[in-house]
Design a protein around this ligand. Sequence first.
Ligand code: CMC
Length: 429
Amino acid sequence: MNEKAILKVNGQEFELPIIVGTENETAIDISKLRAMSGYITLDNGYLNTGACTSAITFLDGENGILRYRGIPIEQLAEKSTFTEVAYLLIYGKLPNESELKEWNSAITKHTLIHEDLKRLYVGFPKDGHPMAIMSCMIASLSTYYQDSYDPTNPEHREISIIRLLAKFPTIAAFAFKKSIGQPSIHPINALNYCQNFLNMMFAVPTEEYEIDPIAEEALDLLLILHADHEQNCSASTVRLVGSSLANIYAAISSGICALWGPRHGGANQEVLEMLNEIHDSGLTVKQVIEKSKQKFSNFRLSGFGHRVYKNYDPRAKIIKKATYKVLNKLGVKDHLLDIAIELEEAALTDDFFVERKLYPNVDFYSGIIYRALGIPVNMFTVMFGMGRLPGWIAQWKEMIESPDMKIGRPRQVYVGPKEISYDDAKKGG
Ligand code: CMC
């Protein structure tokens, strides 16, 4: 398409190129606008602003479509594994058999963390939120790898990627063990990614722990579904921090902080707390829905709504189905699932939610599965982070390897005081 957009402003006309994506998404390229016209654009919350082109994930929010490297999420959920999906996202293609073997083996061999790093856990209070611990520990990893974390060096990038994927579950499980006063359980190389995590979370040194294949399968599925979601708040944070050429541990640590918020990944913890509150306080579903509609209340129906999806989140669809299956197979009956279903039905028929196209998102049902696996509520967002890690890495790598990479540095429209001298300001003038 050679079409151009014409911008008329202040009696002048400017031609702006139109960029068309592979799925026919269109954008007006304003990168030269300020140089040509002196104007910038303003877009609070980036509702209309593309910060990059990307070949990783396609998301069509109107039609509820999500694809990693072109492959529909439904097919990956059914046929792939988390580590294979991680490879796909990071390297842009599915690995062949020997590549996958090598990849899994590389990750397996880097799961230990330095013994000295473990001492950091001692400084955290017992009930310190694990997202704070994760962010701190991941940033601290960089202190052990100062000779191999240069983002402009391809070999450094490769080893850092492996280290991060390998050590994240170990760091997460150790944080949990610390919070309950149990000794940490070391990773075991004979176990796969999810088995290892479950073992580090739930085994104790005093007896055999049998890993439930149903739990392993459920965890693998949840990690796949969380693995990437294009330019969301945490991925954009990772890109922004990484664009200063800070090392990848620093960039991922910032992504963890961004994910923590309840409008983003922290919503999975909030959903469970909300469901529990409904159960314990005797509030009706209708009362909760009404409260979430109040304009000036900060309360929102957690796990509902999405910036991009104006349709049922395809991940939520898969997770809802899996919730029944997993609970059934594990023989778990959870009263919170009944409340969630009632809440969903009430919201989907409520005019406020219908008009605003607010549907359940990935966080609405995931917590019920995590709960059935024995994962505590304050670890839910850590689980989201473990899943999202390959996406953050892929986004970071794509940016760093792009010849067009620039430091991320938005502009602003200044609306503060006009120039005033120090003396006049002091006089209150
Ligand atoms: N409950 C009640 N009202 C809502 C909700 C909700 N969950 N979500 C949006 N609205 C209303 C909002 O009040 C606004 O109403 P009005 O037009 O009258 O002012 C309208 O819907 C549009 O909301 P918005 O905040 O302008 O939309 P956004 O695209 O900026 O926000 C969101 C998206 C996900 C932050 C928001 O839907 C939300 O806060 N949801 C609850 C938190 C949540 O579940 N977050 C997880 C998102 S999915 C996973 C992830 O990305 O981490």
